[in-house]
Ligand binder design. Sequence first.
Ligand SMILES: Cc1cc2nc3c(=O)[nH]c(=O)nc-3n(C[C@H](O)[C@H](O)[C@H](O)COP(=O)(O)OP(=O)(O)OC[C@H]3O[C@@H](n4cnc5c(N)ncnc54)[C@H](O)[C@@H]3O)c2cc1C
Length: 387
Amino acid sequence: MSGTLRASGAPVTVVGGSATGLYTATLLAEGGRAVRVLEGSEKYAPEARTLIVTRRMKDLPGGPGDQSIVNVINRFELMTDGRAATIELDEPDLVIERSTLLHGLAERATAAGVDVQMGSRVQTLRANGTGGVTLTVGDNGATREVLANTVVGADGTFSRVAKAAGWPALHTVPLVQAIVRLPDDLPADTTRVWFHPEDTPYFYWLIPESTERGALGLIGEDGHAARRCLERFLERHQLEPIEFQAARIPCYRHWVPPQRRLGDTDIYLVGDAAAQVKVTTVGGIVTGFRGALGVAESILHGRTTALRQLKHELDWHRLVRRSLERFRQSDYELLLDVLNPGTHGVLGTLTRDEAGRILTRLCLAQPRLILLALRTLVLPPDRPSTV
Ligand SMILES: Cc1cc2nc3c(=O)[nH]c(=O)nc-3n(C[C@H](O)[C@H](O)[C@H](O)COP(=O)(O)OP(=O)(O)OC[C@H]3O[C@@H](n4cnc5c(N)ncnc54)[C@H](O)[C@@H]3O)c2cc1C
């Protein structure tokens, strides 16, 4: 990564004005760079959505999501075919509301001097032979050209910037969720997780956003099949959907180096555009913010520490996912059976955004977990099911 500091002070052009684009833009502006954001939507009216993040979000410079917290989660209930385990968290997870998050980020970006240009959908970019790139931008039915010499693609899973600069397309998975009335037996500070490997290699979740409502969803492999599974699950649990939400989420398979050159120009990617998503849970807010921080530090100071740390984090999640992809029902039952007080302590103290430390300490607390992981990673799927 070159991380060139440009003496010209020409604006950094950020494509995409959602969570990671606005956060990158703010960090760059607060670091003294001129920044413009080109956002494709005409009006700033982000969809409301319930998201769960770990408390690590609060450690990020500027507390990007502090105003958007609508609920806190003090425990996780894990369920699989008649078995259950409860993990009490020492410090709560945070439930945030996406549109409030984005409005807060937009306000902070504007206050830092970022020039946010709505209704500016980037169609393509190309090296212009004079040391920069030219972006073709759709604007109210017309097109205009924008010159840039540093570009950050924060334009999501199907990034135009990534495509134009030559990054390969990302593998994606469908996420479907329904907003439901919270069942009577679920306290508002508890997230419930069900492992049903016959429906999904991930899990079902129910995340309360208040005492009244929660988001129930799953990640699937095929969009239609995932929707059918969700409908069956709602019926089985007698939960009435209030609304459905669906999207394709990037699936982290390997580190996507977030910087390339197009001609003489540095092009960066952040957030979903670079698959900066924890592939265990498919949470992309905290990791996307960490990617934004890494890219901003790289542009401002040529530092790559934050990006290296993010790579390690995402690689740990990939390792766990490879193991979980081969879990059968009996493996989940075993997993819940071997969770002892030591492992509960580790899971209650550390967060999903510290995967390397969690795994090391879990294996020390319960060595049978090493055998379970090794068996799923190394042995063929028709292996015997005891450890
Ligand atoms: C239903 C759902 C639930 C989720 N739940 C969670 C959760 O609980 N916890 C969690 O951590 N994560 C969750 N995620 C993932 C998380 O929302 C994403 O990882 C995160 O929002 C990615 O942000 P981003 O800014 O990188 O991309 P996006 O939010 O996709 O933003 C991309 C932006 O770029 C703009 N854009 C796109 N193309 C162009 C273009 N050509 N020109 C200009 N602008 C463009 C778009 O309009 C958009 O504003 C969830 C995702 C979904 C869909």
